[in-house]
Design a protein. Structure first.
Length: 709
């Protein structure tokens, strides 16, 4: 059946299964919020408790987001913060910081996002593409950095915050924030954060091979992680009047150190390759990101708002590859030199919302959301070899989208949300030079069955144009052309139910979601090139990908005691085209993870300014099976794991503004790797067997102190 024929058609199984939560409806104001030092985490996933995320003392994005149902962050290295939603990685998501697009396929051994959790004012996560506002295949993640107006306490004109933290298995961190009102209308913020990262020890203090034996030439410490992350943010805001605000911000992020050559692969792989090639275990590496944003906010009319962002975001990855000269092998001479890759995303976006009534049908209310999203991607690659000629390449893509959706509240119990999005993309790369135009539609229905019970069903069409080539390996240099490459399209269908109940004992929340995502003409980056050599690959459409799953939650809030329990499950399967049936039919996404359970307990003492938090993250093992990556072709099974984190927080009344935290991550020193990270045993044509496991840190005792003055 074609996509056109299946448009807006819900499967019988979708109707039969209950799902999601009442805050996951189309309007932004209904997404639940969590406060963290003036930081909010907004998620269309189930309700989470107020202190759950604040207490994590997050020094990696995974600390902040990993327990949200359907969301994971693969990679233990600071260069490899790879967000996944329902097993789709960051290349298939819309990721922004202060409205600036972060989508740039920089390097297949690292993620697309580089940001430190401490700088964030808010994180807004949309699990799945459920409206025409976001576009993309798998959802959206929007990061917003702090601003002065959020940090000033009542009666303050100026303020500052100092924060310091240390972990016995992670490193040290220091940050300073200064902020204030220069005039009644003009405010400023200056922020600096420095993280000195250590090489960490794995759980159990032993690095094991695929057979559970200690890896030779290791001592339990993962090398190639130690480095320095600096993050500087300067922001000015101008309240033009009560309805308008203009702000400008500049952020400079830098991550540098002697890092492993492949930040997404474990110590076992690093040691095997370094020993086999007689090259260094670590390489001088530097990543920088410079982001300039100009933002405008307007409140107009009756409950109408408009936000516009103009941005320029430049990411650059540099590595000194002189170490190839130590091998003494002439076949590596051509690799000796300096490698530099640059990705620039510039553009603007506009998002507006207007609310009005009409007398056409029982005085229904219309909440219209509309906007524009324009992005220009430019990538550059340059290699300066010690011998021979320099190599350079560049690619470019532009995309523009217009969208509008209308939430129509027909009655106080019933609402429908139709939407339409038109997107045009122009891709000029070594693979193809082509234009793609596509119109997608969305339709959602919400019914408040009782004051405490809400049901929602939604169907949204998907579209994603082919992306540019990987930057750091050549920005298209040497890429095989494929002018017949098609855009990916598809449809995401969800049905949800949520129930809330209040009693003398406390407030209860229950809910679940079931989703079906279908991606047609799925693009795989490493398809064997026809009549090519054994390692010649290219981008090609290989079939239709199906992702099915559900997320469920329950929570209890008695004021002093809060508990949440979240569960998520998803599976993927490719229906390959006839040409690729023998290679890929039935394959799953390589980032797929087993069923995941997250439990959180928060307890606040009545007579003391002290509270405690206990978090459990349990992931079921995943048996071996064909996947779309193929690097772990010898054994791609994924072991399950259970990790416990605890923390205590004290805000002494004697010293106002002082906050002390002590916690333990991975309390029982578990040896494990996230299933969204690189795992398994592979067979490299040059280096032989490689155990790819990207280990997470072992037990880490963390202490932090902050003072607001």
């Amino acid at each position: 059946m074609s996509l056109f024929q299946t448009r807006f058609k819900l499967s019988l199984i979708s109707v039969a299964i209950s799902a999601f939560c009442p805050w996951a409806v189309a309007s932004e104001q209904n997404i639940e919020q969590i406060s963290v030092w003036s930081t909010q985490v907004k998620s269309s996933a189930p309700y989470l408790q107020g202190q759950e995320i604040a207490d994590k003392q997050a020094d990696h994005i995974s600390d902040l987001l990993r327990t949200i149902p359907g969301v994971d962050v693969g990679g233990a290295h600071s260069l490899n913060q790879r967000i996944t939603i329902r097993s789709l990685d960051d290349k298939d998501l819309k990721v922004t910081i202060d409205g600036a697009s972060q989508n740039a396929y920089m390097y297949h051994h690292m993620g697309n996002l580089q940001v430190h959790a401490d700088i964030l004012k808010s994180v807004e996560i949309h699990t799945g593409t459920n409206s025409v506002e976001n576009g993309g295949l798998g959802g959206a993640v929007r990061f917003t950095t702090k601003q002065a107006k959020d940090l000033l306490q009542q009666g303050e004109q100026f303020g500052a915050r100092l924060s310091a933290a240390t972990g016995d298995n992670s490193g040290q961190q220091f940050s300073f924030t200064g902020f204030g009102q220069l005039t009644g209308e003009l405010d400023f913020l200056i922020y600096f954060n420095d993280v000195n990262k250590d090489n960490f020890k794995v759980g159990g203090d032993q690095i094991l091979d695929e057979n559970g034996k200690v890896e030779p030439d290791t001592d339990g410490t993962v090398r190639g992680l130690a480095g320095d992350v600096k993050d500087t943010l300067i922001k000015f805001g101008w309240d033009i009047n009560q309805q308008q605000r203009l702000s400008i911000g500049y952020e400079q992020y830098e991550d540098s150190g002697d890092y492993s050559y492949r930040p997404d692969m474990g110590m076992s792989t690093d040691v095997t390759i370094a020993t086999g090639t007689h090259t260094p275990l670590t390489w001088p590496t530097k990543f920088t990101r410079d982001t300039l944003t100009l933002s405008y906010e307007l409140n107009f009319g009756h409950a109408s708002t408009l936000t516009a962002n103009l941005f320029d975001n430049v990411s650059e990855l540099y590595r000194d590859e002189s170490g190839w000269g130590l091998s003494g092998n002439p076949r590596y001479t051509r690799f000796i030199g300096q490698v530099n890759g640059e990705a620039q995303n510039s553009g603007f976006n506009l998002l507006a919302q207007s609310v009005f009534d009409t007398s056409l049908l029982n005085q229904e209310t219309h909440t219209v959301t509309y906007g524009i999203d324009h992005i220009k991607h430019q990538t550059k690659y340059h290699f300066s070899p010690t011998q021979g000629q320099a190599l350079s390449a560049q690619e470019e893509a532009k995309s523009t989208a217009f969208f509008i959706q209308n939430r129509i509240d027909l009655t106080s119990e019933l609402a429908v949300v139709p939407g339409v999005r038109f997107e045009q993309a122009d891709v000029k790369s070594a693979v193809l030079d082509n234009n793609f135009n596509h119109t997608t539609f969305a339709l959602a229905g919400l019914y408040q069955l009782t004051p405490d019970l809400l049901i929602k069903m939604s169907t949204t069409e998907l579209f994603k144009a082919p992306e540019l080539s990987e930057v750091f390996t050549g920005a298209g240099l040497g890429a095989k052309p494929n002018s017949d490459l098609k855009a990916e399209t598809g449809i995401n269908t969800e049905i949800s139910i949520a129930y809330q109940y209040s009693a003398d004992s406390g407030r209860y929340n229950l809910g679940a979601t079931y989703f079906e995502t279908r991606i047609e003409d799925y693009i795989h980056d490493y398809v064997p090139y026809p009549n090519g050599g054994p390692r010649d690959t290219y981008k090609q459409n290989i079939g239709h990908l199906a992702i099915d799953g559900y997320e469920a939650y329950m929570s209890f809030d008695a004021g002093q005691l809060e508990m949440t329990l979240n569960y998520s499950s998803s599976s993927s399967e490719l229906d390959a085209f006839d040409t690729y049936e023998a290679l890929y039919d039935g394959a799953r996404i390589d980032r797929e993870q087993g069923d995941t359970l997250a439990f959180n307990l928060h307890y606040e003492m009545l007579n003391f300014p002290l509270h405690f938090n206990w978090e459990v993250h349990k992931v079921k093992s995943l048996s071996a099976g064909l996947d779309l990556d193929g690097r772990a072709r010898l054994d791609n099974s994924k072991p399950g794991f259970t990790v416990h984190n605890i923390v205590a927080v004290w805000q002494p009344k004697l010293v106002s503004g002082l906050e002390l935290r002590i916690g333990v991550d991975n309390l029982f020193d578990k040896y494990y790797a996230s299933q969204s990270s690189r795992t398994g045993l592979g067979n490299h044509p040059v280096f032989g067997e490689l155990f790819l496991l990207d280990y997470e840190p072992g037990r880490n005792i963390k202490v932090s102190v902050s003072y607001h003055f």
